[in-house]
Design a protein around this ligand. Structure first.
Ligand code: 5GP
Ligand code: MG
Length: 196
């Protein structure tokens, strides 16, 4: 690449100049390393399956599992609770069709963000019915001041203020998932985006 050319990484930032970085790629990687060490210590010698919640947790799932040095299996299940930038309580749709066999396994449910807590608390109960040895949770983000359903995540990457976040797997209308960092979208930015 010659001087003045834009790298693919910079290009994606220019395309998405409506967003402000909330947590950098480096900070995510460093925190991921810490979480992987903690999880590795806790589950050493145990039959562990990490189950990611599609679609928002995909990038976190891929990065965290590659930072984890103990043997483990990976699975996914589906849950969706919102359209656009709003979470609608009570509208959660869960599908376990893609879930692997979890009998005799310790399950670590992995999600992108704990907001009201509805998704994860529902999923914990659903997964328990599949006969695992235990179910615990890990979230990349926890939004402060939003939780309506009591659930303490066993592992949490970052606590963040009540802003709508995109990037690193999280979307707004299925866009922005590819950003390698986490960004906040403020309501004016969302409105501008919608007018395009
Ligand atoms: P909860 O059920 O805890 O209210 O919501 C969890 C789900 O809502 C997350 O898995 C995520 O899909 C979605 N969600 C909540 N807050 C945000 C946010 O700020 N940005 C994005 N992209 N999704 C969010
Ligand atoms: Mg989700």
């Amino acid at each position: 690449m010659t001087a003045g050319e834009v790298s693919p990484r910079e290009e994606s930032r220019l395309e998405t100049n409506d967003v402000q970085t909330l947590i950098s790629e480096i900070a995510i990687r460093e925190r991921g390393k810490e979480l992987a060490q903690e999880i590795g210590k806790d589950y050493d010698g145990q039959p562990l399956t990490i189950v990611g919640v599609l679609t928002g947790s995909l990038v976190f799932l891929a990065d965290l599992t590659r930072q984890l040095s103990i043997p483990h299996r990976i699975g996914v299940l589906q849950a969706s609770s919102y359209r656009g930038a709003t979470t609608v309580p009570g509208s959660l749709h869960v599908s376990l069709d893609l879930a692997p066999d979890l009998e005799g396994r310790h399950v670590l449910l992995l999600d992108d963000i704990l907001d009201t807590g509805q998704t994860l608390s529902t999923l914990v109960e659903e997964v328990k019915r599949l006969g695992p040895l235990s179910v615990r949770t890990v979230v990349l983000l926890r939004k402060l001041g939003r939780q309506a359903v009591p659930l303490e995540p066993d592992y949490c990457g970052f606590e963040i203020p009540d802003v709508f976040v995109v990037g690193y797997g999280l979307d707004y209308n299925d866009e922005f998932r590819h950003l390698p960092f986490l960004a906040g979208l403020d309501p004016e930015d969302i409105a501008r985006h919608c007018r395009r």
